[in-house]
Design a protein around this ligand. Structure first.
Ligand code: DGJ
Length: 370
């Protein structure tokens, strides 16, 4: 009898269960989690630990929340079926705390730090009631990828440091640029002043602005933060300390005045590739791409890697992370829905490489993760 029931289970129930498991990625569709709710993890990243994928992201207000509850975690055995594991870094009710309820936490990235054996989270932090003016970096850490993450500090990177490639004459030139002399933005003179480091010098004492960001751990274990700085005009690549909880002060500027946001990074063979967006708020724009043989540059710009319908608008989305999975790369992006940010759609597409090794992101209505 027992044998009969086991047979019935394997013949009838098991195949039903297997087919109930999703296997394909449908970019831009609603992605229900184990509770049937759309995955509320935006601008984030994915890491793998002990055979499980951990997806961290912005948990945008849903239901009773008016502001962000914090950073969410979803876990999965296969990158397709996701379980809601709740909030792993919460905003707090304590008045005056940098992460007081009402603050904005964006683009969280979690990395494992071998030196401290901790999971470290870096995120863009805007203070309660201050719009997007604080432009700070938040740091939090946890003993476990499941969290909870303990908030450590918030700061602006690289106060009182010059970019490593700045020579004496560059420093002198930057110090001569005064924002008071350029009331009108976007004129050719203003652009030149920006390139020469007008905002770099403006923020020299208090630390450089840091908004959209990603974190990248290089082959030698050194971690870097790549961020939109100088009022989103110029990217900064900032070296992190060995505990990943601060900045060493070594940094470079990339594409000064180029207005790059949403930075993502990967290395294929001996080439680093950076895919970014332009700056148009929540509205999509055309992706940009850069390559270099060293993270410290020089970086060369290439055309957008996107191919297919709406490629000129990055398929209606904005990049958030490049996930390396089994020797391949997945471009993760958000199709923002500004009125209901929690419902913003996830657009994931495989990155392929053309005959000359140039990355291509080709639109697919659906694709199999394997
Ligand atoms: C675009 C950024 O990429 C997003 O992360 C967010 O900061 C919005 N701008 C806010 O307008």
């Amino acid at each position: 009898m027992k044998k009969f029931f086991l047979m019935l289970l394997s013949v009838c129930v098991l195949p039903l269960w297997v087919s109930a498991q999703k296997r394909t990625i449908v970019p831009g569709a609603e992605w229900p989690d184990n509770n049937g709710l759309h995955i509320n993890a935006h601008g984030g990243n994915i890491i793998q630990a002990d055979g499980t994928f951990f997806w961290y992201g912005e948990s945008r207000p849903r239901g009773t929340h008016k502001a962000m509850p914090g950073i969410s975690l979803y876990t999965s055995p296969d990158l397709v079926n996701w379980k809601d594991c709740g909030i792993v870094l919460s905003t707090v009710q304590q008045p005056g705390s940098p992460i007081e309820y009402g603050c904005v936490m964006e683009r969280p990235k979690v990395v494992f730090c071998p030196k401290t054996q901790k999971y470290v989270m870096l995120f863009h932090l805007e203070l309660k009631g201050k719009g997007y003016s604080a432009a700070m970096m938040g740091f939090a850490q946890s003993d476990s990828p499941y969290g909870p993450f303990k908030f450590e500090r918030a700061l602006r990177p690289n106060a009182k440091y010059w970019p490593v490639d700045f020579k004496r004459k560059d420093k002198k030139l930057a110090q001569k640029q005064n924002p008071e002399d350029y009331k009108d933005w976007w004129t050719p003179e203003w652009r030149q002043a920006i390139e020469k480091g007008m905002f770099l010098w403006r923020d020299f004492q208090g630390g450089q602005m840091s908004r959209d960001q990603t974190v990248y751990v290089d082959d030698d274990g050194t971690a870097y933060q790549l961020t939109s700085s100088e009022d989103n005009l110029t990217l900064h690549l900032n070296e992190l300390t060995s505990d990943f909880l601060g900045f060493t002060g070594r940094f470079i500027r990339i594409a000064p005045g180029g207005q790059n946001e949403a930075p993502t990074l990967m290395k294929n063979g001996d080439t680093y590739w950076m895919i970014t967006s332009g700056c148009t708020g929540w509205a999509p724009n055309e992706a940009r791409m850069f390559s270099a043989k060293s993270l410290w540059g020089p970086w060369t710009q290439h055309p957008s890697p996107c191919i297919g319908p709406d490629a000129k608008k990055t398929f209606g989305a904005q990049g958030t992370y490049i996930l390396k999975h089994g020797g391949r790369f997945i471009f993760m992006a958000d199709r923002w829905m500004p009125k209901t940010l929690s419902e913003s759609r996830h657009v994931w597409l495989p990155i392929e490489f053309g005959p000359d090794g140039t990355p291509q992101i080709i639109w697919r209505d659906k694709w199999d993760i394997e």
